[in-house]
Structure formats: structure tokens, C-alpha cells
Design a protein around this ligand. Structure first.
Ligand SMILES: [Zn+2]
Length: 127
């Protein structure tokens, strides 16, 4: 079920509402009944590593590839972890080693532990 975020024009509270189906009519503010304005959250564009990791775990082809120690699966994993952006130096090193046909298992395992141990990200946009 999609969650939409709104900002109340009257009390300026941020409101998250579940919508069973798309409606162009914004509901009233649950706090003061004021008019709500839809916020286009940037959240979806700023996935955390944890989100990406969950996404990878839900991709059976990719996880099976990793189980088979398929370097291509690892490169794909690496790509997803970095979200297509310039990878941090340690990711770059892992990718380079895999492209040379090496299997930097220890680095990958370390990276996985880093990812799983990440604290919850600070909430943004609570202004
Ligand atoms: Zn309100």
C-alpha cells in the first residue's frame, strides 16, 4: 500500500497517510482538519545501504549467483551497493580485483558486515 506524505497548510505538520488507491483529493489534516499538500519525498531516491541489501537479497538470480561464487553476480551486487555512483575506494578495489578474476572474499565479507551493522539512518526532512 503506498504511503504519501503531506504537509498541512494550517499547522505545518508533516503527515504520512496510507492510501488504498490513488486519489487526487487530498484528505484533511488529522491534527487540525486543515488542507494538506502532497510532499514529493526524496526518500525513494536516497536508499540506504540496508535497503539496497534487502533489495539484493530479494533478487533470487543475484543471490544464487553469489552462492555459486559467480564474479558477475558480485559485480552486479557491487554496482547496486554503490547505486551507480562513483564507488568509494574500497568498493572500487573489490571491483577491480574481481575484474582481474580474483575473488576478494574477505573484503566482500567485511563489506557485508559493515552493511549489516550500519545504524539506522538519520531521518531527513524533519524541518
Ligand atoms: Zn494541520
Amino acid at each position: 500500500m503506498p504511503v504519501y506524505e503531506y504537509r498541512c497548510n494550517s499547522c505545518h505538520r508533516k503527515v504520512s497517510l496510507y492510501h488504498p488507491k490513488f486519489s487526487s483529493d487530498a484528505p484533511g489534516c488529522p491534527h487540525c482538519g486543515g488542507e494538506l499538500k502532497r510532499i514529493f519525498s526524496t526518500f525513494a531516491m536516497h536508499k540506504t545501504y540496508k535497503d539496497v541489501y534487502d533489495d539484493i537479497l530479494s533478487d533470487q538470480n543475484l543471490t544464487e549467483g553469489m552462492m555459486r561464487n559467480d564474479p558477475r553476480a558480485l559485480i552486479e551486487w557491487n554496482k547496486r551497493m554503490t547505486g551507480g555512483e562513483e564507488p568509494p575506494p574500497d568498493y572500487e578495489e573489490i571491483t577491480e580485483r574481481m575484474e582481474r578474476g580474483e575473488w576478494p572474499v574477505e573484503q566482500i565479507e567485511q563489506k557485508r558486515r559493515d552493511v549489516m551493522d550500519l545504524p539506522e539512518p538519520l531521518k531527513k526532512g524533519e524541518d
